[in-house]
Each structure stands twice: as C-alpha cells, then as structure tokens.
Design a binder for this molecule. Structure first.
Ligand code: GLN
Length: 489
C-alpha cells in the first residue's frame, strides 16, 4: 500500500469498505516513517507497539462507520499531552515526562477512532519559527534537507509532507501551524481562539495558543476540525458556539462568484521574496477567473504586530513557565546546595537558550515600573489590531495575505539573529493577537528555488467554514505538488 497516495478520508473509506485492515494501514505508515525519518528527523517518539495493538483490536471488532477517524494514523505535536506516552515539548525540562492524561484534542481524536502513531518535534515549548530550538534535534524540510521546515510545529508539517501520516496536529501561538505548513507545502488551519480546547496543550501564550490540523487535503482539515472543535468544561476559554459539520457546511462557500477578497496593502509590499510575489500574482488571476472580486484594504496597525506579539507572548510565557521549578515534575538539577540554588540550576540546565531569553524578557515587561510602558501598552495596541480586522470585514468576506515574507531558509541561517527570526512572523501574529482563524494553503512551487509557496486566507471569528470552502475550491483548480524533492532516492 503506497501511503503517499491517500488522504485520511480515503484511508477511512478503504477500511470501512473492507479493502484494507487497520493493521495494514498502521504498518504501511510505520514503514513509511522508517524510510523517511532518517532524512527529516520529524518525530520524537514513534508509538509503534501501542498503535499496532490498537489496530488489531479495531480489526477484531470490525469497522465502526459512526467514528469519523476510524483507523486514520495521526501525528501529534509533542506540546500536547498523551496518556502514557512521553510529552516533552522538545525540552530537557520535560524529557522524562509521561503524562497520565490526554489533552482534550487527543481524547477526541481517540474517541473517533484516530490512532496516535507518533509525537512530533518542535521548537522548545513552541518558541521559534524553524524547529531549530528543539533540545533534541533540528527537523529538516522534506523539499530540501538543508533547509528548515518552519516552526514551531515543524515536525508535524514535515511529517505530513513526507506522508508519515495523512494528518498531524500542530499548535499556533503566533504562526506555528501556518508557517511550517507553508514551508512544507501542506495545509495548516489555525482555528478561532476558543474553537478548540486548550486542555492538555502545555501552555506557552495562553491568550494566543490554539491547536489545529495540518493535512495534505483541505477536506481532511475540515474533518479534523469537526472532531477537535467544541466546548470543553476543562477549558473555560473554549467556546460554546455549536460546531458545524465543516465538510458539509463548507460546500456553501465554494462558488467564488459571490466572494469578496481583501488584499491588505500593508502586507503586499516590496520585500516579499520574488518567488512568493510571482506565485501570488498567478493566484490572484486564478481567483478572478473563478469570479472572486479582489479589493485593496488597509490594516493600519500591522506595523506594530510583531512588537506587540512578542511583548505579550513573552509576558505570558514567563508566567506559564514558572511552574518548572524542579519540585513537582520534570527535570531537577543533580547538585544543589539549597532551595534557591536548586531553582536556579534546574531552570538554567533544563531550559534552552531561547526559552531563557523569553523568560527574562517576559519578566522584565511585567515588572513594576515597566508594566504600564510595555505590557499594558501592548494590550491596548492588541485591541487596535483586532479592530482593524473587524473594520476590514465590513468590506470583504475574507482577507488574503502571504504566510511568510520568505521561502524556507537554510538551517543555521537565522538562528543567531533572533530579531530577524521574530520579524518573519509579521503576517501570522496579527491573527493570534485578534483571535481570528486562518488557513495556509500551498499555491505552487517557486520558479527560482522550487520550494513551496503558501498563502493565507483569514476570516471573521468562527468562520472556518468560509476558509475551508474557498481553500477546497482552489485546491481543485491548482496542480497538485509533486513528491517533496528531498525524499527522492
Ligand atoms: N514564531 C513565533 C514564536 O516564536 C510563533 C510560535 C508559535 O506559534 N508557537 O513565538
């Protein structure tokens, strides 16, 4: 069975019709992992034995068509807790942490018959844009093994691009689903804040974090969102809004003739990579041919987004990461003389460099005397950024932007220049600050570098249905991407 050919939906159909057994499916993906993992280093843990055992049980009891993910292998970012399986956040701090409970996202996946086949690599505690901040290993981009897969969900995106599973889960605090999806040529959906429960999502920036699917087809993303979305009493910020059947609901938005697409002039400026510019122009032409109306809009506070995001996210991170003190769980230093010494050594040894930088900066912006100047100001600007979007949506249905100003960059190219790395988050962070949903879709390979180009559609809160409908339509019009070049031979 050549797993590269199949979407998650197709796999489930084949199992339900009796064409394949769940065990065959799981074995085929494990084999694919074996063939590709040495090249891309996308995974931190392969759940081989449990996955095979579950598959056998499922085959014994016969297919259950009421389960939406029956038999589909799924890769989970290591920031989500998985019962009995290491959940490390790619940090030394949690290297030996085996949670005794599933994140709500994971629980829902299992409830629908999805099989957790592996945990994926990431930037430590989801802090980064290249997966180079993993304490264990950098992941490589399947299109070019000398380049980064993006981050922080680079393991999930690279894994899905390499068909190690049809579907993976990432999390997005400032772009970490959409940017790696764009870099690896797959689909990444960041849902509206509150659409998906954060219970068991190890916190980075609690007011920004959101889990979502990374897939190779838009329909798989729609299916996944229907499974993981919805109110959870264990997360008070999860929304009670009813969850539609996205696969059905999105059909309403596939006719682009009645759709008005806003192009924010602050996003479409000089400085974009020429490959991205060129592919985007071709994509605009396609949208017009399909009948969509493209209009220029303005999001005037865009220029403050990166600064605002980094102040808020570092403040929240410094507070969230205070729990790793060497006392309750996680890493503890071997040689401490007294309590304070134990805290200091535990945290200095357990956290990587980027995490420590953010804790220090986050503590600084929250400190008495600076709180008003930095944190409070950032919280105010955040409101203005959100208001820009809400105003824009009175003139258009969705907004279209680049995901990243650059194509996947070389490993080590930016890792010693944090400011350049942060600035690359310019097009993704505004959505997290505003709580809005966004989808990143591949629109082709660049003419010069032959690397995937991803673009982002943004919708009003809770309108993932429109995003999915439009994305599904254009996916049908675009040429499918070939197999990632780095995996050949
Ligand atoms: N690159 C951003 C950061 O480093 C976003 C990360 C994320 O979305 N988890 O914070």
């Amino acid at each position: 069975m050549d797993v590269r050919k199949y979407s998650g939906i197709k796999i489930r159909d084949m199992i339900l019709s009796g064409e394949v057994k769940v065990e065959e499916v799981v074995n085929a993906y494990l084999k694919r992992i074996e063939e590709t993992e040495g090249k891309i280093d996308a995974l931190l843990y392969i759940n081989k034995h449990e996955a095979i055992e579950i598959a056998r049980d499922m085959d014994k009891n016969g297919p259950d068509p009421s389960k939406k993910l029956w038999g589909i292998p799924i890769v989970i970012k290591d920031v989500l807790t998985t019962k009995g399986i290491p959940s490390t956040c790619a940090s030394k701090m949690l290297e030996n942490f085996i949670p005794f409970y599933d994140a709500e996202v994971v629980r829902r996946i299992k409830e629908q018959g999805g099989i957790i086949i592996a945990k994926s690599n990431m930037d430590e505690f989801a802090m980064g844009s290249s997966t180079e901040n993993s304490a264990f290993k950098p992941t490589k981009n399947p299109w070019d093994l000398d380049r980064v897969p993006g981050g922080s969900s680079g393991g999930s995106a690279a894994s899905t691009a390499a068909s190690q599973s049809p579907i993976s889960i990432g999390t997005d605090t400032g772009g970490s689903i959409r940017q790696p999806a764009a870099f690896c040529g797959v689909i990444g959906l960041k849902p509206t804040y509150g659409r998906v429960s954060r219970f068991g999502l190890i916190a980075y920036g609690s007011s920004l974090d959101q889990a979502g699917p990374i897939t190779r087809t838009v329909k798989d993303a729609a299916l996944m969102l229907s499974v993981i979305a919805g109110k959870d009493k264990k997360d008070s910020t999860s929304s009670p809004n009813p969850v539609p059947d996205y696969l059905q609901e999105m059909e309403k938005y596939k006719d682009l003739k009645s759709i008005k697409i806003g192009l924010p002039k602050e996003y479409w400026q000089e400085g974009l990579d020429p490959d991205i510019q060129k592919k985007s122009e071709e994509f605009f032409r396609l949208l017009k041919e399909l009948g969509a109306e493209l209009i220029e809009i303005s999001l005037p506070h865009t220029k403050y987004a990166v600064a605002t995001y980094y102040i808020i996210v570092m403040a929240e991170a410094s507070s969230n990461l205070a729990r790793y003190d060497g006392v309750r769980y996680g890493y503890r230093t071997k040689d401490a003389e007294e309590l304070i010494d134990m805290y200091v050594k535990t945290r200095s040894e357990g956290f990587g460099f980027e995490v420590q930088r953010r804790i220090i900066l986050g503590t600084y912006v929250l400190s008495a005397g600076y709180y008003d100047a930095y944190y409070k100001k950032a919280a105010q600007v955040r409101r203005l950024i959100r208001q820009d979007f809400l105003d824009a949506f009175s003139n258009c249905d969705v907004i279209l932007t680049p995901v990243s100003p650059t194509l996947p960059f070389k490993l080590k190219e930016k890792i010693h220049d944090p400011l350049t790395m942060y600035l690359a988050d310019i097009f993704t962070t505004p959505l997290n600050l505003s709580g809005l949903p966004g989808i990143s879709i591949p629109v082709g390979l660049g003419d010069n570098l032959k690397l995937p180009v991803g673009l982002q559609f943004i919708a009003p809160p809770f309108r993932e249905d429109i995003l999915l409908g439009i994305a599904d339509r254009v996916e049908g019009e675009l040429d499918p991407l070939p197999e990632p070049f780095g995996l050949k031979s």
